[in-house]
Ligand binder design. Structure first.
Ligand SMILES: NC(=O)C1=CN([C@@H]2O[C@H](COP(=O)(O)OP(=O)(O)OC[C@H]3O[C@@H](n4cnc5c(N)ncnc54)[C@H](O)[C@@H]3O)[C@@H](O)[C@H]2O)C=CC1
Ligand SMILES: O=P(O)(O)OC[C@H]1O[C@](O)(CO)[C@@H](O)[C@@H]1O
Length: 395
């Protein structure tokens, strides 16, 4: 089998993280995307550059040995590539997984190689590969599902690297932070063993890694974004220069730290060191990361397993503190009608058209009898009342 990886999503994480490390591991990378401008640029070039920026200066790597296919117009080519590859990755956004599943299902079904394909979804979400796997099964003939493990193995991952929006004239080049972490489950590969990708930290149990990452990096980052947006800050680094916001993010990360220490047997000292690393990372002024990018897709971010409700629900179940997380939730719910962000428009509509408890259920997926539920309803009610006072009618 060729050392070939098919990667869905030629965006920031796709080019700046996944493809970089697949390339370093010796894979030819075939990008699959639906955006003509990205596909054309990848097809018209032989290389692009990934530049790590930090206070130690800049360091640039050149990425080569790639091709690109538009799955909108060349689906059969994508199927053929998947049938003859050893790895499929994606970084398209958790809401897009259902759209890429049908073509992956066809590619897997067409495989004849003795070694199963390794499928690894690289999204900011708990169990993203499991979600993709289910969509792939939904797109596979019933009588082929039982034998699918002979053709493909599915491993969840936790992926961490800040890749901000890129300057309009940067083309395919990507400026990113130096830090990265890519943890992937090793057990699904069984007797075949995992693919050789040195950047990956292979783990038996991913839950501590993904929860620690999502509930520290992403909870903290999104908290700064939403509070910063409402304070009129332009970038995350600028928001963190405000001592009020810095204190808020520390309070929030103290709440999530108590869950992580309690649940995953990570020591308080280790978690504290991790928190400090994260605050330093997100304060990186060289990244010029906007509050709108980090706050993007607020409906996804206030959902059940995500960065605010996920830890707050578990803390409520354990009798822990979650007030500061509710403050982040409130600011996330106030992230409405932001230019270029469809979910922020939809969020405003949901809050306008639903009674507090209904909006809380629809947005967070919490059960009415969950101990966190009344607290969330109170936050929703407050946001709705303020909108009403400001002259925006709602139920
Ligand atoms: N940017 C970051 O710092 C990080 C992002 N992530 C995660 O990585 C994922 C991607 O994020 P970004 O790269 O920042 O977003 P992005 O918007 O830069 O890239 C997404 C890419 O997916 C493509 N795409 C959309 N629909 C598609 C389809 N049906 N088939 C193939 N490609 C399709 C888009 O055209 C775009 O090129 C998200 O899940 C995000 O949460 C994870 C860690 C860090
Ligand atoms: O689509 P999302 O969840 O905002 O993903 C991007 C996020 O991932 C991170 O880069 C961390 O890995 C965040 O800093 C960033 O906001």
């Amino acid at each position: 089998m060729e050392k070939k990886a098919i990667h869905f999503g030629g965006g920031n994480i796709g080019r700046g993280f996944v493809a970089e490390f697949l390339h370093t591991a010796g894979f030819e990378v075939v990008f699959v995307d639906v955006m003509d401008s990205i596909i054309n640029a990848l097809q018209d070039t032989k290389s692009y550059q990934v530049t790590e920026v930090s206070d130690e200066g800049e360091s640039t790597k050149t990425i080569t040995n790639y091709r690109a296919i538009n799955s909108k117009t060349h689906e059969s080519d994508v199927i053929q590539e998947i049938a003859t590859a050893s790895v499929v990755t994606c970084a398209v956004g958790p809401n897009i997984l259902k759209f890429i599943a049908p073509v992956i299902a066809k590619g897997i079904d067409a495989r004849t190689d003795a070694t199963p394909l390794a499928v690894i979804a690289c999204e900011n979400a708990i169990g993203a590969t499991d979600t993709l796997h289910q969509f792939i099964k939904d797109n596979t003939a019933q009588d082929r599902i039982g034998s699918m493990p002979d053709r493909a193995r599915f491993a969840n991952s936790a992926i961490d690297r800040i890749v901000p929006g890129q300057a309009p004239d940067s083309g395919l080049n990507v400026r990113i932070e130096k830090f990265y972490e890519w943890a992937v489950e090793s057990t699904p590969f069984g007797e075949f063993g995992h693919p050789e990708i040195p950047a990956i930290h292979w783990v038996g149990n991913l839950e501590p890694y993904i929860e620690r990452k999502l509930f520290t990096v992403n909870t903290g980052h999104a908290t700064v974004a939403y509070h910063g947006y409402h304070a009129g800050k332009k970038t995350i680094a600028e928001a963190l220069q405000d001592s009020r916001i810095r204190n808020i993010v520390r309070d929030v990360l103290q709440e999530t730290a108590s869950l992580i220490i309690d649940k995953h047997e990570i020591s308080a000292a280790e978690q504290q060191e991790y928190v400090e690393t994260i605050i330093t990372r997100i304060s990186n002024p060289y990244l010029e990361d906007t509050v709108e990018r980090v706050g993007r897709a607020p409906i996804r971010k206030v959902s059940r397993k995500e960065r605010f409700i996920g830890p707050a629900a578990q803390l409520a179940e354990r009798g822990g503190k979650f007030e500061s997380l509710m403050g982040s939730l409130e600011m996330a719910l106030r992230f409405q009608n932001v230019e270029g962000d469809e979910e922020s428009v939809e969020l405003a509509k949901i809050l306008k058209e639903n009674a507090p408890a209904d909006a809380a259920i629809r947005l967070t997926g919490l059960d009415r009898d969950h101990p966190l539920f009344p607290h969330v309803v109170k936050v929703v009610d407050g946001v709705q009342s303020d909108a009403k006072e400001a002259g925006q009618p709602h139920i």
